[in-house]
Ligand binder design. Structure first.
Ligand code: DUC
Ligand code: ZN
Ligand code: ZN
Ligand code: ZN
Length: 524
């Protein structure tokens, strides 16, 4: 295959600027960007030309939140690192951030190495790993440091829910957040009150509510909002940057927006699911349909939630987007047939996210193409310190690029729509999202039937065309683990600045009436 690519005549879209330009790709990186890069004599041998006229040329999507082949709730998620990353590429995502999750009492480094041994031989796109802190000890503290210094990890996730399995208490979070601050890592939380959920679930089961609706009823919005505020309060006490994963509710999003207005270094990550569907499905008459929507925190029954979250994403109250892609087939979901607490939690999205956000965000008129790039790619790259290697189309950046059709239309009935582009015939085949046509392993799609006007036509991963015209040319293991260094500049400057303004300085206070000695007092 030619080692050089010229993407010609497309509209190159970064988070801050769009311009019609050619993109020359060589050795996996962007070599040049400009007008008319094609020599008048035509392409030299070894140069493949992709005509992108009328299309957008976007930085590949970064999915900040996936769980491929995750051993969880008596099951293992069905999309593994192979199928899951192929599906990502088909959807225009060229990098995922997955989670290594140790058992309580287990080594973080061992978990990290285990996940790497699963992912490395299988991944088709680049990836990084967040590591979960599920318990606390001196060993955990030391291992966090080693992971940051030697293993390319700069983000640690704490679960405030999943009592007995993964949940950490406030004091443990305080300790973990302090350590994150110390070693230059960003703290992440799954924000839900695990104690309230456990009690709520007991109550539901005692009332005879055993179906998927019980899942939502025992963990209402307030349970998410309370934990979100608690995590922000704890992070703020140690001035550690905080990233709230899977923001699912209006009330949690409001808490984050408020904290950001107060100047706190907090980021919120809504997911494809919370931005485009809702919890009314839990009341479906078909058990399997309801069960396939079971994830934590749950989708919210309030149908105004997706629009609300999308508005906050558009105006920078929320910052990034992931999917929490963690899929289970119907037979796996059936583990919880008689008891909703046993339904393996998780929904799809890794393939759907870009088109779903385009549809509900850009096509709906809530955001422009630049904001779309910011929330699907650039902001994640900045926060997790992958920028500008990832998240930007610029000279020297990895050539993770998507040729995007912003105005795809419906299939002609019974036919497949072909786009005739010189040297390239593109088959546009995912205009209507369906489990029948998606590349995800799972046998259900929570976005079933959604019509999308924005679709990836060609996906390029580190300079290689890996998906085109509905066809993959990628091999398991082609993706790479991307190590990340401590605190991105994007975050560090703000934390430093807050260190100065937040730290109380001891000063002399005026003596009380009749007091002979003065003593140190703290005035902030
Ligand atoms: N929530 C899910 O739905 N699945 C995986 C883990 C999580 O927190
Ligand atoms: Zn979670
Ligand atoms: Zn439904
Ligand atoms: Zn998750």
């Amino acid at each position: 295959a030619p080692s050089r690519l010229l993407i010609r005549g497309g509209r190159v879209v970064n988070d801050d600027f769009s311009e019609v330009a050619d993109v020359l790709v060589e050795d996996g990186v962007v070599r040049a960007l400009g007008r008319d890069l094609l020599p008048p004599r035509g392409p030299p041998s070894g140069l493949r030309v992709l005509d992108a006229a009328g299309k957008l040329v976007l930085p590949g999507g970064i999915d900040t939140h996936t769980h491929m082949q995750f051993p969880f709730m008596g099951s293992q998620s069905i999309d593994d690192f192979h199928q899951g990353t192929k599906a990502a590429l088909a959807g225009g995502t060229t990098m995922i951030l997955d989670f290594a999750v140790p058992q309580k009492g287990g080594s973080l480094i061992e978990a990290f190495e285990t996940w790497r041994s699963w992912a490395d031989p299988k991944v088709c796109c680049d990836y990084s790993l967040h590591v979960a802190v599920t318990w606390w000890s001196d060993q955990v503290k030391e291992e966090m440091k080693i992971l940051v210094h030697d293993k390319g990890v700069n983000s640690f996730k704490m679960f405030m829910a999943y009592k007995d399995l993964y949940m950490v208490r406030d004091l443990e979070m305080y300790a973990a957040f302090s350590q994150c601050k110390e070693i230059g890592a960003i703290a992440q939380v799954h924000a839900e009150n695990g104690d309230l959920i456990a009690e709520g679930a007991k109550k539901m089961l005692a009332l005879g509510i055993t179906g998927p609706e019980g899942h939502e009823l025992c963990r209402p919005e307030a349970v998410e909002a309370e934990a979100t505020l608690r995590a922000i309060t704890i992070a703020s006490a140690v001035n550690c940057p905080l990233y709230i994963v899977h923001v699912m509710s209006k009330s949690a999003a409001k808490v984050i927006a408020d904290a950001r207005r107060d100047g706190k270094v907090v980021y919120g990550e809504p997911i494809a699911a919370s931005l485009s569907t809702d919890g009314t499905h839990y009341w479906s008459k078909e058990w399997h349909h309801a069960a396939h929507h079971v994830m934590s925190p749950p989708l919210r029954p309030d149908p105004s939630t997706p629009d609300f979250l999308m508005n906050l994403l558009a105006n920078d109250d929320l910052t990034t987007t992931g999917t929490d892609h963690c899929t289970f087939n119907t037979c796996q979901k059936a583990l919880g047939k008689d008891d909703f607490t046993k339904i393996p939690n998780g929904v799809n999205g890794v393939e759907d996210r870009m088109s779903v956000i385009w549809e509900k965000g850009v096509h709906s008129g809530k955001m422009d193409e630049n904001r779309f790039v910011a929330v699907t790619s650039t902001n994640a790259a900045k926060i997790f310190n992958l920028y500008p290697r990832k998240g930007r189309i610029a000279v020297g950046s990895d050539a993770d690029i998507v040729i995007w059709d912003p105005k795809a239309t419906r299939f002609k009935k019974g036919g497949i729509r072909h786009f005739q582009i010189p040297r390239l015939q593109i088959v546009n085949h995912i205009v209507t999202i369906s489990a029948k046509t998606h590349h995800q392993a799972v046998n259900f799609n929570i976005f079933e039937g959604m019509v999308c006007h924005g679709v990836p036509l060609v996906t390029i991963s580190r300079g290689k065309v890996v998906y085109e015209a509905g066809v993959f040319s990628v091999t398991a293991g082609d993706g790479k683990f991307i190590p990340r260094k401590p605190f991105a500049e994007y975050i560090y400057k703000r934390i430093k600045q807050r260190d100065q303004t937040c730290t109380p300085t001891p000063v002399e206070r005026a003596p009380y009436k009749g007091e002979v000695t003065t003593q140190k007092s703290r005035v902030t």
